[in-house]
Design a protein around this ligand. Sequence first.
Ligand SMILES: [Zn+2]
Ligand SMILES: [Zn+2]
Length: 420
Amino acid sequence: MGVNSYMTADRNIWKSSKFCADCRLSVGNMTETGAPLDSAGAAARRRRPRDRRRPPPSPPTPSTPQRISTEQLAEALRPHLLSPKRMWAMGYPLEIDSTSSKAVVYINPPPRPRPLQLTTWDVNAPEFVPGGSQSDSGRGSLGSTPRSDSDEEADAVEHLCVRCDKMFRMTREGEYLVEETCSYHWGRVCGSDSRYTCCNMPLGSKGCSAARFHVWSGTRPGMNGPLEGYVRARSPRGGVYALDAEMCYTTAGLELASIAVIAADGRLVYKSLVKPSSPVVDHNTRFSGIRPRDLARATKTLRDVQNDILGFVGNDTILIGHALDNDLRALKLLHSAVVDTCALYPHSRGFPLRRSLRALSEELLGRSVQRGSAGHSPLEDARAAMDLVLLKVHEERASRARLSNQLPILQPYDPLVSSA
Ligand SMILES: [Zn+2]
Ligand SMILES: [Zn+2]
């Protein structure tokens, strides 16, 4: 069995992502010589008496070279770049015009079933809510519903809690008008009987977790914008990178708290903690992996990180990620050359449903990510996204090679030979 080792110098990444050259099925963890790393295989090798009559196994014959340069990888990814229309539908920030750094974002209504709310979304709402320019912080939020008796009440905006689906109200300055416990399920709704993965209770049951405040995403379903504070690369720099960001809930919605960027060979290119600009309401540690003490030692602001990123990301650089729209919104980066593993490996029931990075990584790479209570690691998630993309490229190249080998060899027709 030949083993194709492809595209990377980082063997730690690839030890679990090598594939049988014949059947293209994952053959589990392997060493560089193609030997399985799993304990059962190791035990079998230990039990097997050594046969001295047999010659030592020859090293595996290198199969078709699979290593490709960053330029070749960029070329192979070109058909997978998201179109502006697709980016729009997926919630990517798009520029309003090429001269400004303002963005607009369209957020699809959540696909999961939600309990009935007192406030419903107005499907006839105008595309842009009056009020002019606003930031992604949600101040002047499109979801705002000023109503009231006092000045404070009149200035209130209403947000949807992304954990418990309740509406709650804040001042435009980010103060809660009513302190109300958020009772929620942190798990997803799964299975034919729609139960939460956190506690196995049915959809609509009382939350199994509680937090002091409700939290919101910083955007609302429908059109958001114009949003300020966005940046973009202006000149070409080439390259292919995978990026993952982790966010915390602040009074202004989800804000960037940590980011990691890796190159195609798995090399860490950039990593930083980020100080959110608004007061943190919930560190979201279960998912972000960010603890209060992490942010206490963060020194960089969003603006610092944007400048750092634009130091090596050009307008032609291909950025890879899983649900990268969330990361680019948090980073406030306008970028058009993106490959998203959500689109590369679509959900069986179609868009806008998305497969999780964890499920894709387990199924296709044979390794676990986002396990344990420590939360997500942006580095681990960026590597998983990069590996999923490299796997797709590898499979496409292998498929093309297989097809070309299967083509029948056509001989020139010679009636003299045929009639002989
Ligand atoms: Zn639960
Ligand atoms: Zn809530």
